[in-house]
Design a protein around this ligand. Structure first.
Ligand code: NAD
Length: 350
């Protein structure tokens, strides 16, 4: 592993994937890391507890929409690389109100691109990289067959995926027009420790543990291609170190599961670990579907596998066990969220 003394900015580093990436870089490289995060409801400094006291870790509370603050941060920290993860990320919240998604995901990304461009005009950074972390949701929905390839046309369905698609187009334009050394990743659904409990897996795991209803949208047959968060982080690291500038890479673990299958595995593991009189599956409740709910996502990850030698280390069965064990061992992390900013109520109905 490269041990050179790089300076790396991570936007959104107090979120789910950003905090996992921060832990990875602090624990496995000598890089100086600056996390820039607005600390929205989804940002959590407790997710950075393991690295907070490390001498290579730095934190700035700032909004990527605040051009001057971010520009100043670039000029004083002098990054060699930026991993851009800051975003509004929950589809259901984007249905209730898209404004923050337009601001952060589009305007915020535009700011970072312009700030990087100006910064590179004034600083010699021949190996600078801008890693834009995006989602497979930009491709829209698949039928029962087929996989998303890097060449699949964009067809976003939700305000969230539309705002991410817009940001991807900006990044591509800044590469083609200005030569900004960008790489885009389009990754499938992540799961793992420190995920905010509004997303399918942690929400329903905690609901089940508390004896509350497990909520499955529609008939539960929607398919996602699940990837353990540390596999995503490793892929991002490889992209930044060895990926080709101006390219897009799809990331996914070949772990397609329906929501019914995901919930059934969670219930089975809880039945094993905490047997009750009745199976946890008795808590399952089918609720009104999400408006515009995409039927199926699945990734063709051949490009990153062939070019960078990346493969997912976890399959869904090993990854979900690790995830459940982490939530069981870390109630302090999620209890304050469940008691405070989000209690598990239904979001995203029009
Ligand atoms: N979670 C997934 O399954 C998944 C899959 C593929 C791609 N992605 C992408 O990965 C990135 C990270 O996703 P996540 O699940 O970790 O998200 P998250 O919601 O857990 O975290 C987002 C972080 O961004 C911060 N943030 C939000 N608005 C900001 C702003 N204006 N300025 C600065 N910081 C701000 C939040 O405080 C939070 O810490 C996103 O860009 C998302 O689109 C996520």
């Amino acid at each position: 592993m490269d041990k050179s003394l790089k300076k790396i900015v991570i936007t959104g580093g107090a979120g789910f994937i950003g905090s996992a990436l921060t832990r990875y870089l602090i624990n496995n490289t000598n890089a100086q890391v600056l996390v820039i995060d607005k600390l929205t409801y989804a940002g959590n400094l407790n997710s950075l507890e393991d690295v907070w006291k490390n001498q290579n870790f730095n934190f700035l509370k700032a909004d990527i929409c605040d051009f001057l603050s971010i520009k100043e941060a670039f000029n004083s920290f002098e990054p060699d690389q930026i991993y851009h993860l800051a975003a509004e990320t929950h589809v259901d919240r984007s249905i209730e109100g898209a404004s923050a998604f337009i601001d952060t995901n589009i305007i915020g990304t535009y700011n970072l691109l312009e700030i990087s461009r100006e910064y590179l005009r004034n600083n010699k950074k021949p190996n600078f990289r801008f890693i834009h972390v995006s989602t497979d949701e930009v491709y829209g929905t698949l039928g029962p067959e087929g996989l998303f390839k890097e060449t699949t046309p964009y067809a976003p369905s939700s305000p969230y995926s539309a705002s991410k698609a817009a940001s991807d187009h900006l990044v591509k334009a800044w590469f083609h027009t200005y030569g900004l050394p960008c790489i885009i990743s389009n990754c499938s659904n992540n799961y793992g420790p420190y995920q905010f409990p509004e997303k399918l897996i942690p929400l329903n795991l905690l609901n089940a543990l508390e004896g509350k209803n497990i909520q499955i949208y529609g008939n539960g047959e929607n398919v996602r291609d699940w990837l353990y968060v540390d596999d995503h982080v490793h892929a991002l690291y490889l992209l930044c170190e060895n990926g080709r500038i101006g390219e897009t890479y799809n990331i996914g673990g070949h772990n397609e599961r329906t929501n019914n299958q995901v919930i059934s595995v969670i219930c089975k593991i809880l039945d094993e670990k905490f047997p009750n009189n009745a199976s946890y599956s008795k808590l399952i409740n089918y609720v009104t579907d999400r408006p515009g709910h995409d039927a199926r996502y699945a990734i063709d990850a051949t490009k990153i596998e062939a070019e960078l030698g990346w493969t997912a280390q976890e399959d869904f069965e090993t990854g979900i066990r690790k995830t459940i064990e982490w939530y069981l061992k870390n109630p302090k992390w999620w209890q304050s969220i469940r008691d405070g900013s989000y209690h598990g109520e239904r979001l995203g109905l029009i």
